[in-house]
Ligand binder design. Structure first.
Ligand code: 2BA
Length: 109
């Protein structure tokens, strides 16, 4: 068994959960925050049998879109002054950041 940890944009989360559930995957949704943008994103935990891993990955790939975002992020003016000013940055976020892990044990009690 594998555990998919998929970090996706909030805009894609609802549709992705519906699609995964529709294909009989089990999903847990976590409200998370990206370290760089300090903005909300969604992390999904999906436990899948090895033979269904590819199918789950295909659903994620189909639903999740990459988007450009302008973000204002704090950055030091100088390393020594300790003064921080916001500045705009354009970043491309997603489609999805995915970790796939081997599951040592899966138990429901
Ligand atoms: P954030 O950390 O808020 O990052 C949002 C987007 O900002 C990233 O999109 C990337 O395009 C950009 N970015 C991140 N760190 C950067 C940096 N140091 N310099 C310049 N640009 C930077 P994605 O790569 O698609 O990541 C989307 C979200 O996935 C991230 O949100 C974070 O929550 C998660 N993530 C990505 N890689 C990760 C990793 N290796 N470990 C844990 N979480 C990760």
């Amino acid at each position: 068994m594998k555990l998919i940890i998929a970090i996706v944009q909030d805009e894609d989360a609802s549709r992705l959960i519906s699609r995964l559930m529709g294909e009989d995957f089990r999903v847990t949704k976590l409200a998370t925050t990206g370290g760089f943008l300090r903005a909300g994103n969604t992390t999904l935990l999906v436990g899948v049998e090895d033979e269904r891993l590819d199918a789950a990955m295909q659903v994620i790939e189909k639903v999740c879109k990459s988007r450009k975002q302008i973000a204002t992020t704090p950055s030091p003016i100088s390393g020594t002054t300790g003064v921080y000013v916001p500045y705009p940055v354009e970043v491309t976020v997603g489609g999805a950041t995915i970790f796939v892990m081997d599951v040592e044990q899966f138990t429901k009690i």
